[in-house]
Write a protein that binds this ligand. Structure first.
Ligand SMILES: Nc1ncnc2c1ncn2[C@@H]1O[C@H](COP(=O)(O)OP(=O)(O)OP(=O)(O)O)[C@@H](O)[C@H]1O
Ligand SMILES: [Mg+2]
Length: 171
């Protein structure tokens, strides 16, 4: 499976979706989050960190650009590229050496997608309904094409009876 979309009807539901992903993440994984201001990217990262047992405070790293959160088995590298002018500025941060062992979650990640031939993209788009967000998960490599069907099934199950999953679009 290359991509699927689900609709979240609330921040809590976005957290459930993020938790399903968290359970499948491994060190070295790269997750690129895209979507407008207040689309829900940081909300999603917070839920991933909590699901992985982190007690570190998750904040928007807009000013720090990057921060680490300790988790039970690994650590999360949370990056926000919003204020970066270009990919050179990203490279200058020197994060690459940490990304092999960490789970990287990068807000405004589409700006630097070319740096990561293998990544999971998660894009957030507000729907017409209040608090509605459509989340599209897209794979760019075997690591993720191989994992998406299972992730999609888990999200549909976890959000069963709720709004998410009502309008699944599977590619
Ligand atoms: N379904 C939803 N999923 C996620 N957040 C939602 C949802 N509905 C409403 N919200 C609200 O939208 C806001 C999302 O803010 P958040 O900081 O996560 O966005 P962001 O995409 O990280 O923005 P930025 O680009 O400024 O970093 C929060 O106030 C959250 O409560
Ligand atoms: Mg944010």
């Amino acid at each position: 499976m290359r991509s699927f979309s689900v609709v979240s009807g609330s921040p809590a539901q976005t957290a459930l979706i993020a938790t399903a992903l968290a359970e499948r993440l491994r060190p070295g994984d790269i997750v690129l989050l895209s979507g407008n201001l207040a689309a829900g990217k940081t909300t999603f990262v917070k839920a991933v960190a909590e699901a992985l047992g982190s007690t570190d405070p998750v904040t928007s790293p807009t000013f720090a650009l990057a921060q680490f959160y300790a988790t039970k088995e690994s650590r999360i590298l949370h990056v926000d590229t919003y204020r970066l002018a270009d990919v050179e500025e990203y490279r200058d941060l020197g994060l690459e050496e940490y990304q092999e062992d960490a789970i990287s979650l990068i807000e405004w990640g589409e700006k630097i997608a070319g740096e990561f031939p293998c990544h999971l993209a998660v894009s957030f788009v507000a729907t017409d309904e209040a608090d509605g967000r459509s989340l599209t998960f897209s794979a760019t490599c075997d690591r993720w094409t191989g994992a998406l069907a299972d992730l999609h099934a888990a999200i549909s199950k976890d959000t069963h009876g709720a709004h998410a999953g009502d309008r699944d679009i599977v590619d």
